[in-house]
Design a binder for this molecule. Structure first.
Ligand SMILES: Cc1ncc(COP(=O)(O)O)c(C=O)c1O
Length: 448
């Protein structure tokens, strides 16, 4: 069958024979992208898309940014290679730039991915506190390593009703040692009572959270939540770890922590920091980070990784941070202004069509929830949001040349390469898609 996506479909089928896990790529229709530039993607069939996915929030300046690409190609021409021994000047410059932007990053260490850096943050916390347990958030995502890879999007029947305390560690059982589950406590975001409950009962090394929950859209912290976490961690001797892999350098130059005014003990950055190159950074209090240097083997935290840090990634990150530092006001004001225009436009369409939908946004990150409020946590989301309509909405956008990841609640993103025309197209497409919905769906929504 030949259709608009036939080449993409054929490539996806071919890859399924050779590459395990293709089914989990979740692209529906099964798009295969072959090129990207700025705010645009092209699939194998030549269809063009405005990109609101930004490679899972790793493209803040837009795809193939010329200055970032030039920095990488210059590094190659100058003979930079993966020497794998000793430090490089680029790393030192980058560490200085990061510390200047995010003062809590007194010392840093580089890794190849956010996942690797988060693993290090947990190890540092365990070594510092001499405790083994950790707290993570239901609906959050902090990498795929054993400790944090609880099912990020579990069915409500699996986790059970809302309660003060922890929820079942709802991950697949086949590939996780049972003992790992014992040490990981899953609670709802925005729920200080549950944090306190767990801290009182278990030897908690750290509480890990995105300061704004973004794996399920844009769920902001309630007023006082992050400050409350800080206080509880201090009272109980646990470390507070902010996962800023998504929010870092996207929400603001100083990370979401600079907006929230709450200082974590450790933070993890990645994604945006190298504008599309694989990267992760863990950093924070000098005394905790010093565990990487400890001569005492009973305290020392192991640090390995042939490709940590890769000189080409360092070149990309240096260029990205230099651009952000130089054009700080311009970039963040532009993202805020585009984001505001999008939010206002979508809200007008929802009002016009009498659709119950709410836009949640933090600067360049947005999410449309098909319910009458921004959910506060996983339970709220699962019981309020119309997932089926969300799926149809995303499919409709893709058919109109706008790529929002086709999984409900996945965050939409703007990059510095987006324009007002792109925003107008998104607003118009939303009007078209929702106008075509059967009125009973919209009425049902309005009634909820
Ligand atoms: C909040 C958050 N933390 C950590 C990670 C893991 O980062 P990486 O995919 O670079 O390993 C991700 C990736 O999606 C993320 O969104």
């Amino acid at each position: 069958m030949s259709d608009r996506y036939s080449k993409s479909r054929r490539l996806t089928q071919q890859s399924a024979q050779l590459i395990a896990g293709t089914a989990s790529l979740l692209n529906d229709p099964p798009l295969v992208f072959v090129r990207a530039q700025g705010n645009r993607l092209w699939d194998a069939d030549g269809n063009e898309y405005i990109d609101h996915h930004a490679a899972f929030a790793s493209q803040l300046l837009g795809h193939n940014h010329p200055e970032v690409n030039l920095a990488v190609s210059t590094a190659i021409e100058r003979g930079s290679s993966m020497m794998g021994s000793g430090v490089t000047e680029g790393e030192i410059q980058l560490a200085e730039l990061i510390r200047a932007a995010v003062p809590s990053m007194e010392r840093v260490q580089f890794a190849s991915t956010g996942n690797d850096a988060l693993t290090q943050a947990i190890r540092l916390s365990r070594a510092w506190t001499c405790r083994e347990d950790i707290v993570v958030m239901l609906g959050g995502y902090n990498g795929w390593h054993n400790d944090a890879s609880h099912a990020a999007l579990p069915a409500l029947e699996l986790v059970g009703p809302r309660q003060v305390g922890e929820y079942q560690f709802a991950t697949t059982l086949a590939d996780f040692p049972a003992d790992v589950r014992r040490h990981v406590h899953v609670i709802n975001f925005n729920d200080l009572d549950s944090v306190e409950y767990i801290l009182q009962r278990y030897p908690i090394a750290c509480v890990i959270t995105e300061p704004m929950l973004q794996n399920i859209g844009v769920i902001p912290p309630r007023p006082g939540y992050l400050a409350g976490l800080r206080k509880l961690c201090d009272e109980h001797g646990a470390l507070l770890v902010f996962d800023e892999v998504r929010s870092g350098f996207r929400a603001s130059f100083g990370g979401y922590q600079s907006i929230a005014g709450v200082t974590p003990d450790l933070s993890v950055f990645g994604k945006n920091l190298a504008n599309g190159y694989p990267f992760g950074v863990v950093g924070g209090r000098g005394s905790v980070m010093a565990l990487f240097d400890s001569p005492d083997p009973s305290w020392c935290v192991t640090l390995n990784g042939t490709f940590n840090p890769h000189p080409l990634t360092i070149a990309a990150a240096l260029a990205t941070l230099t651009i952000l530092q130089r054009e700080q006001d311009g970039v963040y004001q532009r993202l805020e202004s585009l984001g505001g225009r999008l939010q206002k436009g979508l809200e007008m369409v929802f009002a016009e069509l009498n659709v119950t939908a709410t836009v949640s946004r933090m600067g360049a990150a947005f999410c449309v929830y098909f319910c009458d409020h921004v959910p506060v946590d996983w339970h709220d989301l699962m019981t309020s949001h119309d997932f089926a309509l969300d799926r149809r909405y995303r499919r409709g956008l893709i058919e109109r040349g706008i790529y929002l990841f086709p999984l409900p609640c996945k965050q939409g993103l703007l990059s510095a390469a987006h324009t007002r025309e792109d925003i107008n197209k998104m607003i118009e497409a939303t009007r078209e898609i929702l106008s075509a919905e059967h009125p009973s769906v919209l009425r049902h929504l309005s009634a909820t």
